[in-house]
Design a protein around this ligand. Sequence first.
Ligand code: HAM
Length: 440
Amino acid sequence: MNLEKNIKGKINACHLLKGFKDILPEEAVYFDKIVTVGERIAKHYGFKKILTPVLEETRLYRRTTGDGSDIVQKEMFSFTDLGGDQVSLRPEFTPGFARAYSEHGMINLPQPVKLYSVGPLFRYEKPQTGRFRQFWQLNLETLGEKNSIVDAQLIILANQIFKELDIGIDIFINSIGCHTCRKQYLPILTRYLRSKKNILCENCLERIKVNPLRVLDCKEEQCQEFLDQAPQIIDHLCEECQQHFTQVVEYLDTTEIAYELNPRLVRGLDYYTRTTFEIFPKAEERGRQSALAGGGRYDDLLENISGRAAPAAGFAIGIERVMAKLKEKQPDLKTNKIEVFVAQLGVEARKRCLKIYENLIQDGFNVAESFSKEGLGNQLEAANKAGASFTIILGQKELLEKTIIIRDMESGVQEIVDLEKISLELKKRLEKQKIISQQS
Ligand code: HAM
């Protein structure tokens, strides 16, 4: 093997790629919590899980995410595969869901078809806080339904996920209309932007040529005042788009959910029509933090990839960003608290404990062990570190007498019980502990 060496003759160690992130075990508890809560709520709303490939044809993203988007213009991990096909690592889920929906004839199923997924996405962005080149999303799409109730329900669902995670959010919504409204609005916007040519930043000047709507999304300080005064698409919606947006807002008004209208919320992807929305941490906790989630309606996307039209809407939550927020709120989060630690003394007891451990898992306990350790002291220390509620101890004497010791890790009180009844005895004690903690 030819190992690269540095000038001192040492082997050049391998490193994580720039913009990529390891989610270490202590962080993975936050990841799991978000996914568990998100998946449970998604399922309650009738969403079914779909797993689409990480690699797709590049043209799928060109036709959907769009040539006018930063993602397609400069952020895709694209390459020619060994067979000569142009392929890309998915920068977002939505196009893959839409392709699967049309390719598997889901249009013929009762509509809407509600799908969700969790997985990694890839964008060659400039790495910074909360912005990675590989990141994870929980993504939900409602395909095959144009009714405005879908848009409102997606916002309600997203709100519910954040509520359950106990993360305070601000929701911003807008409508960017359809092609009819934009035909009328874009020349008005472009005229205004051109009149501010001397003031706007270089990026805006570039965007005026490619995608003038995206200019409204600029975050540069120098552009803000002029963009706030720009003509708003909301004032130029066609009758149908106006009605759709009014209905979305009316549906939301029947709930407790607070939202704010943001006429500059155009989103960075080309396919949106009508409703767009984004979710941020609450203003007082936001700082320069970017969106936790975003989505909207995309009634033209499916026709662009399959030739057959179907309306759709969806959103995605950025898992790393929500993890960071959750960590701030709950620094000690421990999921799956260890209920029982299994300790053993002696070779025969260790053998028996393998089976006891397996049985406890089957009986639904959260268990831990450190069978490779000798001595009770070491094992009790490991049980303490694991935060176990009870440790069960099996030695030679107990083995002969067909008993086992249960130690309450908080009080240190030990009791001898019948080995055959260990599950029952543990359940009783855990139940009692739960009642006491609920009362205090
Ligand atoms: P997006 O706004 O590009 O929308 O991404 C959604 C969320 O993913 C963002 O709000 C953010 O939390 C997270 N995110 C995006 N880029 C990064 C990054 N580089 N590093 C870390 N987190 C990131 C979409 O992806 C649309 N497909 C959403 C959608 C679904 N629209 C309709 N259906």
